[in-house]
Design a protein around this ligand. Sequence first.
Ligand code: SF4
Length: 190
Amino acid sequence: MNKALHSNQAHFISLLARLSRLINHEGHAVGLKPAQWDALRYLAQANKFSRSPSALTAYLGATKGTISQTLMSLEKKGLVEKTQDPNDKRSVGLDLTTAGKALAKEDALRPFANVIEVLPVEDQKDIEEALEKLLRAKLRSEGNRPFGICKSCRHFRKNTPSGEPHYCSLLNEPLSELGSEKICLEQEAA
Ligand code: SF4
């Protein structure tokens, strides 16, 4: 039998659920559904090794069918395009189109970001760290990948002669400065 929730746990979960509902409500802006916004945001943040339907499915914790429908809608709207690896015809990549990149910059959550900015910087950092820990714990409990920023990965090699200017020792690939700021499916915390 499941243990009963403590009142502070119940309050904490209800705060997260209310925030999530409010955020999802804002996500309907400019005719996109929240799942479509989630995919658009992911593709704007993900590095070139992680922009694929399977990585998107893993990141959002959705089913393959849902992701495939979401991608079809985004393609129809001219926001996402599929790409093919010339060395592996079976491998499908995803890229935002120019319109998709422009829309990702005008994120529907901008009004919510304005609310966050009202909080003191220290509070913002504390909340971000706490939410990050909570998310990682939840993903770990389900055996899912956490994803994470490339430059904080244990395989990241800064300013190497063979890099661009950096290098990934896991994938043996050069990494640009911009790429080092993106999130990656293979990231392992340093
Ligand atoms: S260094 Fe880590 S995060 Fe960056 S591309 Fe390589 S595996 Fe991914």
